[in-house]
Design a protein around this ligand. Structure first.
Ligand code: ADP
Ligand code: DP6
Ligand code: CO
Length: 359
């Protein structure tokens, strides 16, 4: 490797994903192995995504990272795990134009600088850790010319944040919890791609963009230690829900999809309440949104909209089609008028809805 002061860079972008059957609870903290399978939908990267640039240079004395413009500690095991796993798989890189030649063994000694930005609230329950770690792994892999399949990348992203393993793919994705103690079979697979069910429209109602008080990691640790309901959920409820959800997605059966999605969100938050001390991720505005959707679905006789809330108060609303999404926006605007501070904004998961629906 020439000692000239060069910098080699790569940039990537990864969308976030929202679980419709939730991951909550680890059986192995260090490897991030979950207590149950989960299923999610990956969002459109134009709206909710992380963009990460990684740079390597012989002039960097240490690994450093900036998140949304602020330097953060890389000492946490998660960043180190991702870096270590990608470095282990690094291959030779040659950039003839810049006259750079890096041999695969050189990557062990080369330090990296990482800068990442989220185009949506960080640590507010919209799965920034999913977009962030998927993007980190993907972009480091690009820089170091890693040639692994998506399953392997997913397994590495999992070691950054569990939910990140699902953001490697678009469409509907399942994280198979795996059986092995070393985590080698705990990775995500794509169930169907983004074109399979393109009638669906996802609307994100931002109730609060503030950072949550209890991170997902510490919240689920407390749940594993104290909740009896979690064992029942993981062993009895989720396995059959996963099968039903896979069927609903395959058949584009919105009724079944919506019922399972809402029930699973509610059970996840019930498990949070069953934790000691109890964890409250949703607030009054979240509850008002649930009531609005429940009443509407009840009045129609068949579900029109599904709701799901991750570890935060923000609502993810999935409308069965564009027409319903337009009605939903109208209802949200009526119940939460723009001057009302209860709802900060509505982010659209499908950029064409406003123009197509003519609202
Ligand atoms: P969220 O609900 O947003 O996923 P978490 O508590 O699960 O909240 O995770 C938030 C943490 O994820 C942040 O404190 C940070 O460590 C990590 N994170 C968020 N965005 C990124 C990013 N773009 N790149 C790397 N790590 C990120
Ligand atoms: C409620 O993946 O953020 O969003 O693995 O500790 O980083 P760590 O937790 P994280 O937890 C996500 C929890 C959830 C449900 C889900 O995404 O499945
Ligand atoms: Co997270």
């Amino acid at each position: 490797m020439a000692e000239a002061q060069w910098v080699l860079m790569a940039t990537g972008r990864s969308p976030t994903n929202i679980a419709v059957i939730k991951y909550w609870g680890k059986r192995d903290e260090a490897l991030i192995l979950p207590v149950n399978d989960s299923i999610s939908v990956t969002l459109d990267p134009d709206h909710l995504s992380a963009t990460t640039t990684v740079a390597a240079s012989p002039s960097f004395p240490s690994d450093r990272m900036w998140l949304n413009g602020k330097e953060i500690e890389l000492s946490g095991g998660r960043f180190q795990s991702c870096l270590r796993e990608i470095r282990r798989r690094a291959r030779d890189v040659e950039d003839k134009k810049k006259g750079i030649k890096i041999k695969k063994e050189d990557w062990e000694k080369l330090h990296v600088h990482i800068a990442s930005y989220n185009n949506f609230p960080t640590a507010a329950g919209l799965a920034s850790s999913a977009a962030g770690f998927a993007c980190l792994v993907f972009t480091l892999g690009k820089l170091m010319n890693v040639n692994e399949d998506y399953g392997e990348l997913s397994s590495i992203a999992r070691q950054g944040s569990g939910s990140a393993c699902r953001s490697i793919y678009g469409g509907f994705v399942k994280w198979c919890m795996g059986k092995n103690d070393d985590g080698s079979d705990s990775m995500a697979v794509q169930l169907v791609d983004e074109s399979h069910w393109d009638d669906l429209v996802i609307i994100i109602a931002v109730v609060s963009s503030k950072q949550k008080e209890t991170s997902s990691t510490s919240g689920m640790r407390d749940t594993v230690e104290t909740s009896l309901l979690l064992q029942y959920r993981a062993q009895t409820v989720v396995p059959s829900r996963i099968l039903k959800m896979e069927e609903a997605i395959k058949n584009r059966d919105f009724e079944s999809f919506a019922r399972l999605t809402c029930a699973d969100s509610n059970q996840f938050h019930a498990v949070c309440l069953d934790t000691s001390p109890p964890i409250f991720y949703m607030n009054d505005t979240s509850h008002r949104i649930i009531s609005l959707v429940e009443k509407w679905n009840h009045a129609e006789g068949t579900p029109q909209v599904a709701y799901t809330f991750d570890a935060g108060p923000n609502a993810v609303l999935i409308a069965r089609n564009r027409k319903t999404a337009a009605l939903l926006l109208q209802r949200l605007l009526y119940c939460f008028p723009p001057q009302d501070n209860d709802l900060e904004s509505y982010m659209l998961g499908d950029k064409s809805i406003l123009s197509d629906a003519g609202v």
